[in-house]
Design a protein around this ligand. Structure first.
Ligand code: ADP
Ligand code: MG
Length: 498
């Protein structure tokens, strides 16, 4: 070999070594960065951990807070609002009744025909429409005129007009915001939630605003009941199954109500009802306890929200927020590594990832997680996400949803514990311990998160079994009531119009 050839060979070898060193260096760097992603995930898992011991602490905290909220006004973050609903529909109701539903994403008008016999399927008509966004922040007159007009159009479509009754119509108004009720048919708005902020409404009687708007439209319709959506759900649940004792909503927001003994409502001494009971609207979205597993993502989400330190439970559980918790985790991963090659600016936009799309990624069963890649591209404009990053994203969705579902389950058991239906003969409020055997107990449930996200409902059921134990869990039945809040409100209009 000549000198030149040797020289060339050495140069090539050196260059090859240099290239190899760069490649190895990059790999080491990339592995180190990937380790950071894995660490973020591990931290998230630890932060969101909900072993059964911790869930039981949440159960106890819920029961304790319920007591405190019933003992005095402002005694707890749980408002434990009186509803003045002391009788739930039982199937003997007759006639045609209406309901208007304002609360989440859709506005609904309903009509229910009752023949005095409990039927498994209730004959009803319903019309839904999205609430025009500008009305969510308009004036109360504009909002209520829109509602009244919708009812007017709905009524105008009834038959050819010849068989329309000229009698006054009775209507229930489902209004799923916190209201301090004065009676079953009146109540003042405490605060707006879920993105609504109509001016000059807080402190005003919601039913009166509606009644005035109905009059402006020339409608002879009487607002017979003003009802929180959870109470409507409970009413329909009870109509179908008298063992129903509580109702939960898990949709855009979350809330719960249940049937309480009147003597346990200590803050209202002297309150009497024929049944000796009353439905209490817990406003459980605002529940808080130091036992809740809170992460830095929750803290940031809360701090950046329009209502910091408010609705803490809701922000961990409900459909409005889950997608955004996931977005925050992915953003952090992306910032700490080259997981997605570059940091997409879209990752920084709050609420850009909606919970239904997060659920679709979580439930992607394709072998190459095609749906995950598609959604990451569609929502965040991140192209060609590598397989291992797709897997991590699915895992993040899993951790966030599992925690939400398990906490919701703990909340439910907290209610059961408060009313002595958790099989432990635990706190029964007022009259000491009951030793009665576990009775069949039905909880009505409604809302898109529970009914459309099957992994969420599976995790919720799994946690109920873990907390209660299989023997007792057998007696607790979770029943989905579709359109329950609206139909139930019409049923309450029937009960309370006479
Ligand atoms: P609302 O709570 O607004 O009255 P719904 O009970 O229908 O209405 O719940 C709608 C919410 O449920 C949505 O905001 C969304 O967060 C959640 N949701 C709806 N569909 C799905 C789905 N397929 N997967 C996960 N969450 C869903
Ligand atoms: Mg709803």
């Amino acid at each position: 070999m000549g000198r030149v050839a040797v020289g060339l060979a050495v140069t090539v070898a050196v260059a090859a070594c240099a290239v190899a060193a760069v490649v190895v260096g990059r790999r080491v760097k990339s592995r180190r960065k990937w380790r950071k992603v894995v660490n973020v995930l591990r931290e998230l898992e630890e932060g969101c951990d909900t072993p059964v011991g911790r869930l039981k602490q949440v159960v106890d905290a819920m029961a304790v807070e319920m007591h405190a909220g019933l003992a005095s006004e402002g005694g707890s973050k749980l408002k434990m609002l009186l509803t003045f609903v002391d009788n739930l529909p039982n199937g003997t109701e007759r006639g045609t009744y209406y309901a208007l539903h304002l609360g989440g994403t859709n506005f609904r008008v309903l009509r229910v025909h009752l023949n005095g016999q409990r039927s498994s399927v209730l004959e009803h008509d319903v019309e839904r429409q999205p609430i025009p966004e500008h009305l969510m922040t308009s004036t109360s007159e504009e909002l209520f005129d829109f509602i009244a007009s919708s009812l007017k159009e709905f009524i105008a479509k009834e038959g050819d007009g010849s068989n329309i009754s000229t009698n006054r119509r009775e209507l229930g108004f489902t209004f799923s915001f916190p209201v301090k009720q004065m009676s079953v048919s009146s109540g003042i708005l405490i605060k707006w939630t879920k993105g609504f902020s109509v001016v000059n409404m807080v402190g005003r009687d919601v039913a009166a605003c509606l009644q005035e708007a109905l009059a402006r439209k020339g409608l002879d319709v009487h607002v017979a009941a003003l009802v929180n959506d959870t109470v409507g759900t409970l009413a329909l649940g009870h109509y179908h199954d008298p063992d129903t004792v509580a109702a939960i909503i898990i949709g855009t927001g979350t809330n719960a109500c249940y049937l309480e003994r009147i003597d346990a409502i200590i803050k209202c001494q002297g309150l009497l009802t024929a049944s000796g009971r009353m439905v209490v609207n817990m406003e459980w979205g605002n529940f808080w306890s130091s036992h809740l597993p809170r992460t830095s993502y929750d803290i940031d989400l809360d701090a950046e929200s329009p209502n910091p330190n408010d609705q803490g439970f809701e922000k961990m559980i409900s459909g409005m927020y889950l997608g955004d918790i996931v977005r925050r985790v992915i953003l952090r991963m992306s910032m700490e590594s080259d997981m997605f090659e570059l940091i997409s600016p879209k990752l920084k936009i709050p609420f850009i990832l909606r919970t239904p799309l997060m659920a679709a990624m979580h439930e992607d069963n394709s072998p190459d997680l095609r749906e995950v890649a598609r959604i990451l591209k569609e929502v965040f404009e991140i192209p060609e996400v590598p397989m291992k990053a797709r897997k991590i994203v699915v895992k993040v969705c899993d951790v966030v949803t599992r925690r939400a579902a398990r906490l919701a389950a703990a909340g439910i058991v907290g209610i059961l514990k408060k009313i002595g239906r958790d099989g432990s003969g635990g706190i029964t409020g007022g009259r000491g311990r009951s030793n009665t055997k576990m009775r069949r107990t039905v909880v009505a449930i409604e809302g898109g998160l529970y009914s459309s996200y099957s992994l969420f409902s599976e995790y919720l059921h799994e946690a109920l079994n873990e907390i209660l134990g299989e023997e007792i869990a057998k007696h607790v039945i979770i029943k989905v009531t579709e359109d329950g809040s609206g139909i139930g409100t019409a049923l309450l209009a029937a009960s309370y119009s006479s």
